[in-house]
Design a protein around this ligand. Structure first.
Ligand code: AMP
Length: 411
């Protein structure tokens, strides 16, 4: 065994896993196109400041999980831990505001230094969308509808549940945050170490603490819904009404807050119970302040991202992957092999999947073709006088029929 292995938390995608990845990405891409989304690909690294500003110093993703390094020009660089910050940076630096609203779709690897386990990797892949320039709550509904359509096409809609909550506008969130701090401060010493830090820096995050004791303490905490301004309430009602009208089942979860600082109003997650602790399949929300934070004009935004690794984990064993059956070219003699390569090249140019076998005797080649579920093979025999004899073999009946190069070229 080689002493070289992939870095902990990374993996090689190949075979059925890679095929499932590609087919999920393809379905997501096509569906997003139907919804009028344009694809964007941003670099996998940005100046660290982009993520620090966008995600807030206190988010776990930035404070503990980023891959950050100085490059040779002494700039601080971070491998992207998520897609939104880069897309919003591009929106500002490419001057996309003039085309508003922008509906953008992306796919690619993300990097987080988390503790690896099933469904959690240090390099993982997300598909995601961002809608910039629409303040209408129905933009949130369209975004969620796109997510739901993709999950439906993947036949996952009954294996997960949409949970949704509102964080309200800035004022509502500010008032709620204060109420939460007032409630938790007397209990501070009983909170987990992580939540004690959160109480100072990002108290809302205590609501989604995984710590048992934290959960008990927050059971009686004030509820966001009592701190929502009238506009915030109306916004949320419009979103929920839209979901009902579009027949998208949901459950309001008042404890859903999402880890990042930039969310406001709608936050949502599609969760499954089938992947143990890593149940979040797709997550997103509204982020009306983010563009401004990254130096653009005040612009509303809403979006989501979904972990393709997790979708693959759920689908790998059940997904119907198309297996293409090749036209196999089976040759006898060195010159016949070259003729075979030429025929294959012409068939491949017509988009036919064609296999030419380079090793093994004639019988072995037939066996290989059979293993690949070949239905039709072209047999090429080199004669003693150097000329070629051609046959077509039908694998379903076993019959071989003599043919000519001209007839093959017309296939
Ligand atoms: P987040 O940006 O943390 O809201 O994550 C969005 C989605 O990406 C999650 O719902 C997961 O499906 C996926 N995800 C996040 N972190 C990881 C990870 N470390 N490994 C695999 N998938 C992840």
């Amino acid at each position: 065994m080689s002493k070289y292995q992939s870095v902990r938390g990374t993996r090689d995608l190949l075979g059925k896993t890679k095929k499932t990845f590609r087919s999920i990405e393809h379905i997501a891409y096509e569906t997003a196109q139907n919804y009028g989304f344009q694809e964007i690909e941003t670099p996998i690294f940005e100046f660290s400041e982009i993520f620090h500003r966008a995600m807030g110093e206190t988010s776990d993703a930035v404070s503990k999980e980023t891959y950050t390094f100085k490059d040779r020009g002494d700039d601080s660089i971070t491998l992207r831990p998520e897609g939104t910050a880069g897309v919003v940076r591009a929106y500002v630096s490419e001057g996309l505001a003039q085309n508003n609203p922008n509906k953008l779709y992306y796919y690619g690897p993300m990097f987080r230094y988390e503790r690896p386990q099933k469904g959690r990797y240090r390099q993982f892949y997300q598909i995601g969308v961002e809608v910039l320039g629409l303040e209408n709550p129905l933009a949130d509904v369209e975004c969620i509808d796109l997510a739901y359509s993709i999950l439906k096409k993947l036949q996952l809609q009954n294996r997960c549940q949409l949970e949704i909550n509102t964080l309200g506008d800035t004022e509502s969130r500010h008032n709620y945050r204060q109420a939460l701090v007032d409630f938790l401060t007397p209990l501070k010493s009983q909170l987990s170490a992580d939540s004690q830090v959160r109480l100072e820096k990002n108290p809302l995050r205590i609501l989604d603490s995984k710590d048992e004791n934290d959960r008990k303490l927050i059971a009686n905490a004030p509820q966001m819904e009592n701190y929502l301004s009238e506009t915030s309430k109306k916004f949320f009602e419009t979103v929920l009404h839209g979901l009902t009208e579009l027949n998208i089942p949901y459950k309001v979860n008042p404890k859903l807050v999402r880890g990042l600082d930039y969310y406001c109003h709608t936050v949502f997650e599609f969760v499954t119970t089938e992947l143990g602790a890593q149940g979040a399949l797709l997550a997103g929300g509204r982020y009306d302040g983010l563009v401004e934070t990254l130096g653009g004009a005040k612009t509303p935004g809403v979006g989501w991202a979904s972990g393709v690794d997790r979708l693959t984990d759920l689908l790998e064993s059940t997904m119907n992957l198309e297996t293409r059956k090749p036209v196999s070219i089976i040759t006898l003699g060195d010159k016949a092999l070259t003729v075979g390569l030429k025929i294959a090249r012409d068939l491949r140019a017509k988009n036919t999947y064609c296999e030419v076998f380079m090793t093994g005797n004639f019988k072995k080649k037939l066996e290989k073709a059979n293993k690949l579920q070949t239905e039709k093979a072209i047999l090429i025999f080199e004669q003693e006088n150097g000329s070629m004899e051609f046959k077509i073999k039908d694998f379903s009946t076993g019959t071989e029929t003599a043919t000519t190069l001209e007839a093959i070229q017309k296939m």
